[in-house]
Structure formats: structure tokens, C-alpha cells
Design a protein around this ligand. Structure first.
Ligand code: AMP
Ligand code: MN
Ligand code: MN
Length: 321
């Protein structure tokens, strides 16, 4: 029995949390955990709390039961998934503080170990992959498989990123074997975009600027652009990955305005730059090839600050050659 299962078996009430602006891995892991916990402990009070999540994940079991507002009642156990630090729990952090016990299952190299028990595998493709290893097969079913597969697909960019391993593929294969409609999951949640999402993507690409001899690229979506196109932050998923795949690019920066002179920054790299250390330096976190943070100042300041760190890493790499 894993630590997670042991803690689950001992709890009369459980709350499951993810990170702010949940992505596919976060949604899939939380909803897989939710159904698993309900199956394993039918008599327990089990909640899953998330906010600002995309409707495209509504095929996952339990989606309709997600609680969007934090209450004040304490839980015996708080399970945090795909969340590297306490702050990223957002308003639901109150549940972590009031819970008798807590466990975090994650794959961020920048995880701070904020829960009582921390199952963190920085090399793993996704939290869904780590979570799979913590669950007993006897309770798995097609619905849980759909959630876990969604998580793996999203965090690997459909099995493309370097974090994809043989183990990732083996787990995905086992999940496929449970009868999930994997084509539909991939198409409807990863590739399909609304007209407006496609338009803002097009605009962001058109306005992108290359620097450092084309090794770096950045683009910005301002609040007024988001208003104009009628889109929200969750509609901007995937823009940074388009930047990353442009020929010659080593490091891609995507930012959108969350307040006046405050930007949510996403970074991606291909081979050399460790973006997690740069994001962590500016108070964020993530993975070696995908990380994010929030930064203040003018667009120029933000890009300048980031490019200093990127350049340093690129120069150090060249010196090694
Ligand atoms: P994003 O660029 O938002 O898609 O995030 C890339 C990776 O970095 C994901 O694994 C995020 O969970 C992580 N990440 C993004 N922003 C932050 C942040 N402010 N603090 C910690 N981790 C972050
Ligand atoms: Mn995530
Ligand atoms: Mn993840």
C-alpha cells in the first residue's frame, strides 16, 4: 500500500486541490484522484476544489462536482496535486492549513515540499504519471483512465516533450487498454481551438519578436487585446509552444498582462536553457524545459530581465563547447 492510500484509508474527510489556472495535468490528476478516493472510501466526505478551469474538460467524471469556492470546514486530509508551492494553491490554501494531514503528489523540480508528505518525481512527465504509480489497479476504471490519460497527454504535448519516457508510454498504453476514446481526448482538449482562440494565437505569433540572433523569441498579449477578442487566460494555452517550435529558437517567452505592468510569464526551451531556475529566481517555478512566473514592470523591463539570465546560460554553454 502506498503512503497516499494509507492516508486516504485513515481519513474521514478529504479535500483534493490543484494549482491556480488548472491545466490538463492538474484537472486530470485531481479528477482521477477524486473518483479513486470515492471508490476506495465511499463513506468519506470528499471534495475537489478548483477555480477558472476550462469547459473543454467537462467529459471527465466528477467535473460537475468541482467546488469553486473555499469554505471554512476543516478536512482530515488535504491532497495537493501538480502544485509546486503553497501560494499556487490560491485561495484553497486555507484547506491545507486547517487539514490534520496533507500529502502532495507532484513532478515539479521546484517543489518546495510544503505538505507533510511529499511524493515528488521531478523527472516524471506529469503528475498524472506519478499519481498512477500511487494507485492500486483494482480501483482503476475507464473514467479514471480518461482523467490520467488527459493529464499525461497535456503535460507531454501529446508525447512530444523530452519528459516523455518509456514508462510514460507504458502507462499511457495501459490506460488506452481500459477502453478510453484517446483520439477524442487529444483532439477535443489539446488541438481543438475556438475561432477566437485561433485569432489571438495568430495575432500573438504575428507580433512576436526575435532576439539574440533568433535564439530567443517573445510575444505579449495585453489586457486590451484579451478584451478585444473576448478571451481569458485559459484561452492562451499553447501559444508559447508555437513560439518554441519556430526554427532556430532555443528559448520562447510568452507573457500576458494580469494587471497594469504585471505579467504572467511562460517560458519554454528546447535543449540548453534551464528555464526552471530562471522562473524560480523571479519567484515562480516549473520544469527545466517549461516554467513560469509573475513579473512586474514594463514589457521591456521584463524581457530584459529574463534575457540577461538566458544569455548567461547560453554563454556558459558555449564556453563548455
Ligand atoms: P505555464 O508556462 O504556465 O504553462 O507553466 C509551465 C510550468 O511551470 C507548469 O508546470 C507550471 O505549473 C509551472 N509554473 C508556471 N507558473 C508558475 C509559478 N508562478 N510558480 C510556480 N510554478 C509555475
Ligand atoms: Mn500543471
Ligand atoms: Mn504537471
Amino acid at each position: 500500500m502506498t503512503k497516499l492510500e494509507q492516508m486516504l484509508d485513515e481519513a474521514g474527510s478529504v479535500v483534493i486541490l490543484g494549482h491556480v489556472n488548472p491545466d490538463g495535468d492538474c484537472m486530470g490528476s485531481c479528477l482521477a484522484m477524486y473518483r479513486y478516493a470515492k471508490k476506495r472510501k465511499p463513506e468519506a466526505r470528499i471534495w475537489v476544489c478548483l477555480k477558472n478551469f476550462p469547459e473543454k474538460f467537462s467529459y471527465m467524471d466528477g467535473f460537475e462536482e468541482i467546488k469553486e469556492d473555499a469554505g471554512s470546514q476543516p478536512f482530515d486530509l488535504c491532497i495537493c496535486l501538480d502544485c509546486s508551492d503553497k501560494e499556487r494553491l490560491g485561495e484553497f490554501a486555507v484547506y491545507l492549513e486547517s487539514a490534520k494531514k496533507s500529502i502532495c503528489v507532484d513532478h515539479h523540480v521546484t517543489n518546495t515540499g510544503y505538505a507533510q508528505e511529499n511524493v515528488v518525481a521531478p523527472g516524471a512527465s506529469s503528475t498524472a504519471e506519478v499519481l498512477y504509480g500511487q494507485l492500486s489497479e483494482e480501483f482503476l476504471d475507464r473514467e479514471i483512465a480518461e482523467c490520467l490519460y488527459t493529464g499525461i497527454v497535456h503535460d507531454t504535448g501529446v508525447f512530444r516533450y523530452s519528459s516523455t519516457t518509456v514508462k510514460t508510454m507504458e502507462i499511457a498504453g495501459k490506460l488506452m487498454d481500459m477502453g478510453i476514446d484517446f483520439t477524442k481526448i487529444v483532439d477535443s482538449t489539446f488541438f481543438k481551438k475556438t475561432y477566437l482562440q485561433s485569432q489571438i494565437l495568430g495575432r500573438a505569433l504575428m507580433e512576436s519578436i526575435r532576439f539574440m540572433d533568433g535564439k530567443c523569441i517573445f510575444t505579449v498579449v495585453k489586457s486590451q487585446d484579451m478584451e478585444f477578442y473576448g478571451v481569458e487566460p485559459k484561452d492562451l494555452d499553447g501559444i508559447v509552444d508555437h513560439l518554441r517550435t519556430i526554427d532556430g529558437v532555443e528559448c520562447a517567452i510568452f507573457m500576458y498582462e494580469i494587471d497594469t505592468h504585471v505579467y504572467k510569464v511562460s517560458m519554454r526551451s528546447n535543449y540548453v536553457v534551464d528555464v526552471s531556475t530562471i522562473a524560480a529566481y523571479f519567484g515562480g517555478g516549473g520544469h527545466v524545459r517549461a516554467a513560469g512566473c509573475t513579473m512586474s514592470g514594463s514589457i521591456h523591463d521584463v524581457v530584459n530581465n529574463l534575457s540577461g539570465h538566458i544569455e548567461k546560460q547560453l554563454l556558459a554553454e558555449n564556453a563548455d563547447d
